[in-house]
Design a protein around this ligand. Structure first.
Ligand SMILES: Nc1ncnc2c1ncn2[C@@H]1O[C@H](COP(=O)(O)OP(=O)(O)O)[C@@H](O)[C@H]1O
Ligand SMILES: Cc1ncc(COP(=O)(O)OP(=O)(O)O)c(N)n1
Length: 284
């Protein structure tokens, strides 16, 4: 059996390293659902406990960095990991623990969703989930991963510029981030106004074409956790051997359906979750 076939026929073992959302729409709970929805076996290392719901973030509790290291080690000492999705990393001490672990374990697929805030909800400090004084550590982490998946505000912080005011400007910033870090960038257009919600894959090699995956904006308030869900889906699909563009195309089509069907869940009174398993409804 050739290697490509071998990878795609195995259930990918995907580890999410992220914070929690007790209402199940974002964070590590969304990651696990998204991994399962794409046929993966999901595992979870918790960076921070977040008291949040569909309306906003109320409080954040961070266990000691040593406990994060112990969780990571417990998984990698026992399980072969096919892909890692990194979400909320909270601050430099946690970023450094994860960086040291990645250097040691070297998983074949590492996707970083550089979470700074819960953007579809609010809370004290605007729902902030990452320490602004730790931005340099997050930038350095971009150089250690294969794919970075910023939304427009996150992209602006990572390149040290003001937020892009259009798709072309966003792609330009993504090019600069990819060039500086050596990581491929999946730039997300969910924060653009208008009728479209495109995403694109931007490679660090200047000569490589930007691969835009167009998308129609769904008129819905069920958008809590879209970034977490997309990055976990792409990590899982990449672990089956799919190239980034193909993984993004599939994940994006799935996510549009999940946003469209989110209201069916009737969860919370704020920005509701997407329906990760919409494709299974009505199957009897
Ligand atoms: N209303 C929407 N309709 C369709 N796709 C959306 C919508 N909002 C976000 N998306 C998609 O969800 C994913 C997450 O995008 P974005 O909102 O930019 O990131 P984040 O959730 O990290 O803030 C992207 O694929 C984006 O295109
Ligand atoms: C614990 C935790 N991590 C990440 C987020 C942000 O989720 P995201 O997918 O970016 O979606 P929005 O909620 O920002 O729309 C979170 N809320 N909690």
């Amino acid at each position: 059996m050739d290697e490509a076939k071998d990878v795609s026929s195995r259930v990918p073992r995907v580890l999410a390293v992220a914070g929690t959302d007790p209402t199940g729409g974002a964070g590590i709970q969304a990651d696990l659902k998204s991994i399962a929805a794409h046929g993966g076996y999901g595992m979870a290392v918790v960076t921070a406990l977040v008291a949040q719901n569909t309306r906003g973030v109320r409080a954040v509790h961070v266990p000691p960095p040593e406990f994060l290291a112990a969780q990571l080690r417990a998984v990698s000492d026992d399980v072969t990991i096919d892909a890692v999705k990194l979400g909320m990393l909270h601050s430099a001490p946690l970023v450094e623990v994860v960086a040291a672990w990645l250097d040691d374990v070297r998983p074949p697929v590492v996707v970083l969703d550089p979470v700074l805030a819960a953007t579809s909800t609010t809370g004290p400090g605007g729902g902030r989930l990452f320490d602004t004084a730790s931005t340099a550590a997050l930038r350095a982490m971009c150089s250690r991963v294969h794919l970075v998946t910023p939304n427009l505000p996150e992209l602006a912080v990572l390149v040290g510029e003001t937020e892009a005011q259009g798709w072309d400007a966003a792609v330009g910033q993504a090019r600069r981030l990819a060039g500086r870090t050596g990581a491929t960038v999946l730039v997300k257009g969910g924060h653009l106004g208008g009728e479209d919600s495109p995403d694109a894959i931007v490679r660090p090699d200047d000569a490589a074409p930007v691969r835009t995956v167009p998308g129609r904006r769904v008129d819905s308030t069920s958008t809590h956790g879209t970034g977490c869900s997309l990055s976990s889906a792409v990590a899982t699909l990449a672990a089956t051997g799919l190239p980034w563009v193909e993984a993004l195309s599939r994940a994006k089509a799935w996510l549009a359906g999940a946003i469209e069907q989110g209201a069916v869940l009737d969860v919370g009174s704020g920005r509701g979750p997407v329906d990760h398993f919409h494709h299974l409804r009505g199957m009897g």
